[in-house]
Design a protein around this ligand. Structure first.
Ligand SMILES: NC(=O)C1=CN([C@@H]2O[C@H](COP(=O)(O)OP(=O)(O)OC[C@H]3O[C@@H](n4cnc5c(N)ncnc54)[C@H](O)[C@@H]3O)[C@@H](O)[C@H]2O)[C@H](O)CC1
Ligand SMILES: [K+]
Length: 505
């Protein structure tokens, strides 16, 4: 699924009107109806009390007016508060007189703002994608008043005051919603940690925007969902043998961190690799052979850390990083790897920290290398980000500059591709915030990069999605708090199977 900018969303609205030959008030009616359906499916009239609908001057406010009318028709008690404005949108003007007389309407002016009882259900229809500048004056006062009320706020399309795809000044107020019900496609702002307090939980409801426009529009941001991945993971051929799926080499572990090697190795095997060899320092030999008997094990000459590469000739992909530490010898081995590898590389954890501490090594990164930093590791590779938007810009720039794929891990992990496209993952849950879950991702990435049938982009997309999906499957048994990284590999197979394309008849 594509992620649109605010400007593209306006174009999508216009294309929909044109393609369907409908008036904009009809689209507003549709949007407000799906919003109202969403709300009434979750909130009975008896639990709602008197719903307060706060309406701004534009089409977001127009949506609010329609929702107020529909809620009244469905037996809810409703009142409307209007933000005073010099000018209203045409569709707002169209719907204002259509509010039933039984719905109380008042202007909500600064200095005379009525109290909002704690727990009141408030529909925030002040501003949506048309916000042009940070809120000030009457609008800012109203938002501050609402945020102080401890109400149950549901925002239409966006929490008011939040730009759809750009940062706002720290001191400009934004509605703090429990739920944001957004139309057709999520907006970038909903995916970023810095907006979590305003957005609450977000939900997408369909309004039927022009399929033609959505197919044609040139987006540079995407959501990684099952639809995006359809057809990217071919079924395993009947006459497959272990060579078909590649031989991966994993360089992992140091004294006290062999668990990282074990987790990555198990995950690589569950990711479908044909053969796996793991090189560990001597201290890890018995651990690896016992914990992961399916993998072959090479022993580094050093006892406690990795110091050199084996002959790379047999391998289709090499992964390095989980648990390796940052010894000088290990840095030398990494440098050797960057200089000599002729196959896809996956770099994580201390391999990234070594790169960050030795920036000239970045110029040695082979094209299409896959890096999987968390935000701190990414910062070591680049610079501290001013905010989440700036971090995405740095991510994009880095992927372009080094012609590599970078997964910035977190909720909605974001993959940047060498062409500057960004892909936000939709699977996973807070149970992944546990030690070792990144090592599992590394192993899975390595397996998919070793599979010669997969393009680099497809391997990375499949890996981040299946990793999150495995966590969702695991959490159904363990709960989120009880989820540990070792639970994940056993669900990778199912996650990949769900994505596998059946052979066409
Ligand atoms: N995408 C869809 O499927 C549909 C979306 N709809 C809704 O329409 C809004 C966008 O409406 P628009 O009129 O473009 O913008 P807003 O209502 O967000 O606000 C515009 C309004 O506010 C003024 N304004 C802008 N910034 C400020 C500010 N900082 N302070 C004061 N006033 C400001 C501006 O001048 C305008 O007057 C979208 O989010 C959906 O909710 C449609 O219903 C159709 C389907
Ligand atoms: K809103």
């Amino acid at each position: 699924m594509k992620l649109l900018t605010a400007a593209q969303t306006r174009q999508a609205d216009a294309a929909t009107l044109q393609d369907e030959g409908i008036r904009s008030v009809a689209l507003m009616e549709r949007a407000a109806t799906v919003f109202t359906d969403w709300l009434t499916a979750r909130l009975a009239p008896t639990d709602a009390g008197e719903i307060l609908v706060l309406c701004g001057p534009g089409n977001n406010g127009g949506d609010g007016l329609v929702a107020a009318r529909l809620l009244h028709e469905r037996g809810y008690r409703v009142r409307v508060g209007l933000l005073p404005a010099d000018k209203h949108s045409a569709d707002f003007e169209h719907n204002r007189p259509r509010l039933p007389a039984a719905v109380p309407v008042a202007d909500w002016r600064p200095g005379k703002l009525p109290p909002i009882e704690p727990g009141t259900v408030v529909i925030d229809a002040l501003f949506g994608t048309g916000l042009r500048r940070p809120l000030e004056g009457a609008a800012a006062a109203l938002v501050r008043h609402l945020n102080a009320a401890r109400a149950r706020v549901v925002s239409i399309d966006l929490p008011s005051g939040l730009f759809a795809d750009a940062p706002q000044p720290k001191d400009s107020p934004v509605v703090e919603a429990r739920h944001t019900v957004t139309f057709e496609l999520p907006k970038l702002a909903l995916l970023l940690p810095q907006n979590a307090r305003s957005v609450g939980r977000w939900h997408v409801v369909p309004v039927g925007l022009s399929p033609r426009f959505l197919a044609e529009v040139d987006a540079d941001m995407h959501l990684v969902d099952a639809a995006l991945l359809a057809g990217r993971l071919p079924a395993r051929p009947t006459f497959a043998h272990k060579g078909t799926f590649g031989h991966a080499l994993l360089l992992a572990g140091s004294k006290g961190k062999l668990g990282a090697a074990v987790l990555a190795a198990r995950s690589c095997l569950r990711g479908g690799v044909g053969l796996l060899t793991v090189q560990v320092p001597a201290v890890g030999y018995a651990v690896l052979q016992t914990a992961v008997p399916e993998a072959m094990c090479l022993v580094d000459p050093e006892k406690n850390h990795l110091s050199e590469l084996p002959d790379l000739q047999p391998y289709n992909a090499v992964g390095m990083g989980p648990g390796i530490g940052q010894d000088d010898d290990t840095r030398a081995a990494l440098e050797d790897l960057l200089g000599s590898a002729r196959v896809p590389l996956v770099l994580d954890a201390d391999a990234l920290n070594l790169l960050g501490a030795n920036r000239p090594l970045l110029d040695l990164l082979p094209p299409d290398t896959l890096l999987t930093p968390h935000p701190k590791e990414f910062e070591r590779l680049t610079e501290p980000a001013r905010d989440d938007y700036h971090r995405l810009q740095l991510l994009r720039d880095f992927a372009r500059q080094y012609r590599c794929y970078v997964v910035l891990k977190g909720a909605y992990s974001c993959l940047a591709a060498p062409d500057g496209q960004l892909y936000f993952n939709t699977t996973g849950n807070p149970g992944l915030a546990t030690g070792g879950s990144g090592d599992v991702l590394t192993g899975l990435c390595l397996a998919l990069r070793a599979d010669k049938r997969l393009a680099p982009l497809d391997a990375a997309l499949l890996a981040i999605y299946a990793h999150g999906r495995a966590a969702d499957l695991a959490a159904a048994h363990t709960g989120q708090a009880g989820l540990i990284a070792g639970d994940l590999p056993q669900y990778i197979g199912q996650a990949l199977q769900e994505l596998t394309t059946a052979e066409e008849f």
